[in-house]
Design a protein around this ligand. Structure first.
Ligand code: AMP
Ligand code: MN
Ligand code: MN
Ligand code: MN
Length: 303
């Protein structure tokens, strides 16, 4: 009865987790430690997607290989679109592609200056030493960002936890917020596609855009070569999942899934805990060569 399940029961969903961060950007674990954590929790196909940086992918890939886990190189590009910050995940990118590397380097460039301005803003609110404090939490100073400031504010007892920080500080209208111009949407998608990758619109429910603006964003994203959208991710509620599943089906976008892991205890959802993608969607990983390996592992353990 080795093939009995083919007709009756759908095959078990693959645990694909295609969005996570290491200490190369604003995660707390090293690239190899993130991979081990994902593997221990049952992830079978994994992507490291640090913000604007590919520095962790070779370490992560070696560790995934050692553990026999499916792995793809990824990156999460910071984009400014219509005055809002939007994130585009690139999956299966060639980490050596020159245009992607140059584009990411340019996108990172303003972070230090922005961090100094954020610290000045916090100082005006009576919180001193935030620039140095945030840098102490940033393993990679080139990627200093709001999460590192958030960890500093928690360490100082100003806020109870990182989520509390993002309610009271570092967001528009609150101390520590500094508007910033990231990459353009067409550039980000262009770099990813030129690097052989798939452009995925990250956590679409998170953007402060009304339904019409979101529709324009997704339309533009598709027209520029974006082919997938995150439907199941750490920051989506069940309602968000249903809403973006319907949009993915209607617009024939492939669907992605990922925790957006930043570290144990800090992420909303741990590895191995996300719901499956709804059946009617086409997973972004369908037809990927990495799947041959995952499938082979499954068959090997099928009695
Ligand atoms: P930055 O790229 O420096 O603007 O930092 C953005 C990062 O801040 C995101 O990738 C998240 O890790 C974190 N962040 C933003 N908003 C929130 C939130 N509401 N709760 C927790 N983390 C957040
Ligand atoms: Mn982050
Ligand atoms: Mn993001
Ligand atoms: Mn992320």
């Amino acid at each position: 009865m080795t093939h009995g399940r083919a007709h009756s029961v759908p095959p078990p969903a693959i645990d694909a987790d295609l969005h996570s961060h290491s200490s190369v950007s604003d995660g707390t674990l090293s690239p190899s430690a993130v991979v081990r954590c994902a593997h221990e929790n049952g992830v079978q196909l994994f992507a490291l997607t640090d913000h604007d940086h590919l520095g962790g992918v070779s370490e992560a890939r070696s560790e995934a290989r050692r553990l026999g886990m499916g792995f793809v190189c990824g990156v999460e590009v910071s984009v400014s679109w219509a005055g809002e910050t939007v994130h585009v995940v690139g999956l299966r990118v060639d980490p050596d592609a020159p245009a992607l590397r140059a584009g990411l380097a340019a996108t990172r460039e303003g972070r230090d200056q922005r961090a100094r301005a954020m610290a000045d803003s916090l100082a005006r609110a009576g919180i001193d030493g935030a620039y140095e404090g945030a840098l102490r939490h940033a393993s990679n100073p080139a990627l200093v960002g709001r999460t590192h400031f958030a960890r500093f504010l928690v360490e100082q007892g100003v806020c109870a936890d990182v989520r509390d920080v993002f309610r009271r500080y570092l967001v528009e209208g609150k101390p520590g917020f500094v508007a910033h111009r990231w990459a353009a949407l067409d550039d980000a998608i262009g770099w990813i596609v030129a690097a052989g990758g798939v452009a995925v619109l990250a956590h679409p429910a998170r953007y402060r855009l009304d339904a019409g603006a979101l529709e324009s964003l997704i339309g533009e994203f598709r027209a520029l070569g974006g082919t997938a959208i995150e439907v199941v991710c750490g920051s989506h509620t069940p309602d968000d999942q249903r809403r973006f599943a319907a949009i993915a089906s209607r617009l024939r976008l492939r669907a992605s899934r990922g925790t957006d892991f930043h570290g144990p205890g800090e992420s909303r959802t741990g590895f191995g805990r996300l719901p499956a993608l709804p059946d009617e969607l086409v997973p972004v990983w369908r037809d990927w060569p990495e799947m041959a390996h995952v499938q082979a592992t499954e068959d090997a353990i099928d009695p």
